[in-house]
Ligand binder design. Structure first.
Ligand code: ZN
Length: 354
């Protein structure tokens, strides 16, 4: 199994490819990054392909499918690349076998509350003359009509076995879903502006002054996060989940401080935001590698989050899918003071062997 953390600027787009027990090639995509991950339009309206469209073309040209597409939550840095794909490519759904998506309608139905249409994800025509996709068509309708979405809530406590892998869902819980029972804001407030970076403070000083403050974004709190198990090896994908939800989920699956989950790597929550990783969560995890998926163009990653991680572990590797971030964040003194901290090389391949 090969896991690739595609360069999706400040967002997530993760491609997992492997062969199942019958040697059939399988592909799982988690999120699609912001629009540019699929492709940016030039002045003539022509799309210059991004890494997501290259990945999609590769899968299509190999005669394979996206066996599972997971939309962890509705924030732009996770969903816009997929919307751009659906708007650009009328055959998009033909490539997809199955979608996991806790849509607004689904959540409102689950709590038996009247739906708010504004929360549905609109697709607009890329080309005004293109009548196949008209305004008013939603992402939900497209995946429903294509019969690739079974409209089931994915939530904490479920174990889902498919494609010869297993998913233990650790987030969202009912509270995380319930928090979405209102009209959604178009953009989560935290990502509106890129604030000052905290990279000039040393790791030591961050550790000395560290204080955890929680993420208040309700969208992030609804993130689908899970343990993926392949050939008895675990991988932890935290999306932008809240730590209390992840702790609740890991505890549900009987992981404790004494017996933490042993995994190959962790996709650190919310691109390394200081609001989404706390010490209590880190105690439940035993992993050699922590993955930061961000180009640093928005606030995350925070050095404070990385300091918390480094302080909690005796030995660890941090992998940046934009490797230049490591030298922006850490100084020579940081490495001298924490010699057990290693930066995982940019060309490292996340390959899980049988
Ligand atoms: Zn995000």
């Amino acid at each position: 199994m090969l896991i690739q953390f595609l360069q999706a600027s400040h967002g997530d787009a993760i491609w997992i490819s492997y062969h199942d027990d019958k040697a059939i090639p399988r592909n799982i995509i988690i999120d699609g990054g912001p629009t540019a991950t699929y492709g940016e339009k030039d002045k003539k309206g022509k799309i210059a392909p991004g890494i997501l469209s290259e990945t999609i073309n590769h899968i299509r040209n190999s005669g394979q499918k996206i066996d599972l597409l997971i939309l962890t939550h509705v924030d732009n840095d996770h969903i816009q690349g997929l919307i751009a794909w659906f708007e650009d490519d009328l055959k998009a759904t033909a490539l997809i076998e199955k979608v996991w998506f806790n849509s607004g309608k689904l959540i409102f139905e689950y709590f038996k509350v009247p739906d708010i249409i504004d929360n549905h994800i609109q697709l607009s025509s890329a080309d005004e003359t293109d009548t196949a996709i008209k305004e008013g068509v939603t992402f939900e309708k497209v995946i429903k009509d294509a019969k690739i979405w079974d409209e089931k809530i994915i939530k904490q406590g479920c174990t889902i076995d498919l494609l010869d892998v297993s998913f233990k869902i650790i987030s969202p819980d009912d509270d995380g879903l319930k928090a979405l029972l209102h009209k959604w804001e178009k953009k989560s407030p935290e990502s509106l502006t890129a604030g000052a970076k905290d990279y000039n403070t040393s790791l030591q000083d961050h550790i000395k002054t560290d204080k955890y403050d929680k993420d208040r974004s309700v969208h992030n709190g609804s993130s689908i996060a899970f343990v993926l198990t392949y050939k008895k090896k675990n991988m932890l994908f935290l999306a932008d989940a809240h730590p209390d939800k992840a702790i609740g989920g890991l505890t549900h699956f009987e992981y404790t401080k004494e017996q933490p989950i042993v995994c190959e790597f962790v996709k650190v929550s919310h691109h390394g935001s200081k609001y989404n990783t706390n010490c209590e969560l880190l105690e439940l995890i035993d992993s050699p590698i922590y993955v930061i998926s961000s180009d640093g163009s928005e606030r995350s990653p925070y050095k404070q989050c990385l300091a918390r991680l480094i302080n909690a572990k005796k030995k660890l590797g941090i992998y940046f899918n934009y490797p230049e971030l490591a030298e922006q964040i850490f100084t020579e003194d940081d490495f001298k003071e924490f010699p057990y901290l290693k930066i995982v090389p940019a060309d490292y391949k996340f390959i899980i062997h049988e």
